[in-house]
Design a protein around this ligand. Structure first.
Ligand SMILES: CC(C)(COP(=O)(O)OP(=O)(O)OC[C@H]1O[C@@H](n2cnc3c(N)ncnc32)[C@H](O)[C@@H]1OP(=O)(O)O)[C@@H](O)C(=O)NCCC(=O)NCCS
Length: 166
C-alpha cells in the first residue's frame, strides 16, 4: 500500500539512534555514529532521508546520498528487517532520486556487494543497471563491488516548472 510512510529529512539528533539499530544489518561494515555525522551532516550536497510510519512514529528505513555536480551517489539504504518487502525501500530511493534531480543531478550511482543478490533485484526493479565492477572494493569481508547507475530525467512542463520522470 502506498503512502503509509512519511519521508523526510533526517534529524540526526532524534533519528540517529534508530538508524544505527537498523545499520547493524551491515555487520562489521556498518557505519558508526561519527560516520553519519561527518559525512551526512546538513549541507546542500548531502541527503539523508528517513521513512517513518504514519501510525507508529519510528524510523522504518533511511537513505543517505551525496550530490556531486550532476551525479547523485547513493551511499546507504536499509530498511528495518521486519518492515521489508512493503515498499519502504522503493519509496526512499524514488524520493531521493526526485530530490536529487531537483538539485540538478542527472545520473544516480551506487555500489553494491557482488553477493547481495537481493539488493541487485531491488535496484534492477528501480531501473538501475550494471555500469562497472570495482575489484576488492569492500572489506569485512573482502569482495568486489558492482557499480549500478541510472539516469534521472527532469522534464519541463508547459507551465515552466520542472517535473521529474522516474
Ligand atoms: C534492499 C532493501 C533496502 C530493500 O528494501 P525493501 O523495503 O524491502 O524493498 P521494497 O519492498 O521496496 O522492494 C521492492 C522490490 O524489490 C525487490 N526486492 C526487494 N527485496 C528483495 C529480496 N530480498 N529478494 C528479492 N527481491 C527483492 C522485489 O522485486 C520487491 O518487490 P516485491 O516485494 O513486490 O516483489 C532491504 O532489503 C534492506 O534493507 N536490505 C539490507 C541492507 C542492504 O542490503 N542495503 C543495500 C546495500 S547496497
Amino acid at each position: 500500500m502506498r503512502g503509509r510512510w512519511i519521508i523526510s529529512e533526517c534529524d540526526l539528533e532524534k533519528d540517529l539512534k534508530e538508524i544505527l539499530e537498523i545499520e547493524k544489518c551491515f555487520g562489521k561494515s556498518g557505519w558508526t555514529h561519527q560516520m553519519f555525522v561527518r559525512s551526512h551532516g546538513k549541507s546542500d550536497h548531502t541527503c539523508l532521508f528517513v521513512a517513518k510510519g504514519r501510525e507508529r512514529n519510528r524510523v522504518e528505513g533511511y537513505c543517505a546520498a551525496l550530490i556531486v555536480m550532476e551525479d547523485l551517489e547513493i551511499h546507504r539504504i536499509a530498511v528495518r528487517q521486519a518492515g521489508r518487502r512493503q515498499g519502504v525501500g522503493s519509496a526512499l530511493i524514488l524520493d531521493t532520486l526526485r530530490r536529487g534531480a531537483v538539485k540538478g543531478a542527472k545520473n544516480a550511482f551506487l555500489d553494491v556487494r557482488n553477493s547481495n543478490v537481493d539488493a541487485h533485484r531491488f535496484y534492477e526493479g528501480l531501473g538501475f543497471r550494471i555500469a562497472s565492477r570495482r575489484q576488492n572494493y569492500y572489506s569485512n569481508p573482502r569482495e568486489d563491488a558492482l557499480v549500478l547507475s541510472r539516469s534521472i530525467k527532469v522534464l519541463k512542463a508547459d507551465n515552466g516548472c520542472d517535473t521529474v520522470k522516474l
